[in-house]
Ligand binder design. Structure first.
Ligand code: ADP
Ligand code: MG
Length: 393
């Protein structure tokens, strides 16, 4: 597919400087005092207020004067910091159409100079249920000042690290290209989510491939935890690709067996309903009535998982620490959403982010708008606030 980039637009250096200042301020302020932003940004010619007004107009910042005059980043503001950094790194040059709306993410197509298209996943933890995040602040009290930033960044880092490791071990996952803040760039998977597929030429083969992935994951010490028809992509040749990794756990997790069984159950249920595949045909069970727990027994979680350690060793080396894993698991726990909620693909966000309609100011100060845009790389890096999470508080 071709990306139709019709308008070139930029945020000015000052805009990014102030945006970055707000991000830095959010390390220890939920709402960053305006004067602190001015101090951090220390624009050569002043005028922070004017820049903030401009950023506010474009919904990159949110103004809050309930306690004092202050600002915080919106998801869109955070998006632009990540996008700018990735563009500066030469990962891509343009952003195209939105290809997915997940429960807590937005997925866009992006393209590099050669015209290669990638998928850009922007994590949006906490957007569907603000209250859920709020109650989780107890777990993450020390980070309450910027929970959603922190959690979304953690989710992205985890997704990236797992994708990379899984890829190296030959699993059918997208190619992990790059990660910044709450944003993961990966190869674009051809095909469709399995949920959209009404017919398969070889449902048995596909079913076995999928079950094979669950088993092999467990052999490597991992459980996907959201292994279902929404997170399995399939192409015209019926090749599968597994996506969506922020909730994965180790087989040594206290609830590992339950998560494993649930993943297995999801697949069996879907194939039975959609393709009329029964357990006997595929697993040759002859004793007694079928039930999912029978099947799980036959998948022998306990013996599968004897060989383990992959998660701890390799992922620790990737920059995703045990502490990160613990934090994100705390967030994921208590996420007892209903199937409807889980499968709601048209979530309306609290802070709706529409990248396509955004108007940016280019360097000449001309305001333009359009469906796609290009972001110009500048020498000035916006990576000052990157860090790896642990130094933030
Ligand atoms: P969420 O965590 O919000 O469920 P997913 O990673 O499952 O997000 O992505 C949501 C949707 O976006 C998927 O169902 C799929 O349609 C699309 N998508 C995600 N990643 C890719 C990719 N690498 N290539 C193509 N489409 C993708
Ligand atoms: Mg998903």
């Amino acid at each position: 597919m071709k990306l139709d980039v019709n308008v070139l637009r930029y945020l000015s250096k000052e805009d990014f400087r102030v945006l970055t200042a707000v991000e830095m301020g959010m390390r220890n302020h939920e709402i960053v005092p305006a004067e602190l932003i001015t101090r951090i940004a220390s624009l050569k010619h002043g005028g922070t207020y004017k820049v903030m007004k401009n950023l506010l107009k474009h919904k990159l910042l949110h103004h809050d004067s309930s306690k004092y005059d202050g600002f915080r980043l919106t998801y869109l503001g955070y998006d632009f910091l990540a996008i700018k950094t990735l563009v500066n790194r030469g990962i891509f040059t343009s952003v195209g159409r939105q290809i997915g709306v997940g429960k807590e993410s937005d997925i866009f197509e992006v393209a590099n100079e050669d015209g290669t298209i990638f998928a850009m996943k922007l994590h949006r933890l906490g957007r569907t249920s603000f209250r859920a995040v709020k109650s989780k602040r107890d777990y993450l009290k020390h980070r309450s000042s910027f929970n959603w930033l922190y959690l979304s960044r953690l989710a992205a880092l985890k997704e990236y690290a797992f994708m990379k490791a899984l890829q190296e071990h030959g699993f059918p996952v997208p190619n992990a290209v790059e990660c910044n803040r709450h944003c993961v760039i990966m190869s674009l998977v051809q095909g469709y989510p399995l949920v959209q597929v009404k017919q398969l030429q070889n449902p048995d083969t596909v079913f076995e491939k999928i079950i094979g992935v669950i088993v092999r994951l467990a052999e490597h010490g991992l459980i996907h935890c959201d292994f279902n028809e929404f997170n399995i992509m399939i192409d015209d040749d019926e090749t599968i690709t597994v996506i969506d990794f922020p909730q994965m756990v180790s087989v040594s997790h206290t609830n590992a067996q339950m998560y494993f069984d649930r993943d297995v159950e999801c697949i069996f249920k879907f194939f039975r309903k959609r393709f009329n595949i029964t357990y006997e045909e595929n697993l040759g069970d002859s004793d007694g009535p079928d039930s999912v727990s029978d099947v799980s027994d036959r998948l022998k979680f306990s013996s599968i998982t004897k060989v383990s350690g992959f998660l701890d060793k390799e992922l620790a080396a990737s920059g995703f620490t045990k502490k990160d894993q613990a934090d994100i698991e705390k967030f994921n726990e208590g996420d007892d959403e209903t199937e409807d909620e889980q499968h709601c693909l048209n979530t309306i966000s609290e802070e709706a982010v529409d990248l396509s309609s955004l108007t940016l100011k280019d360097e000449q100060g001309v305001l333009t708008s359009g469906e796609q845009y290009e972001v110009e790389a500048t020498e000035e890096s916006t990576e000052a606030t990157q860090g790896n999470g642990d130094e933030d508080n």
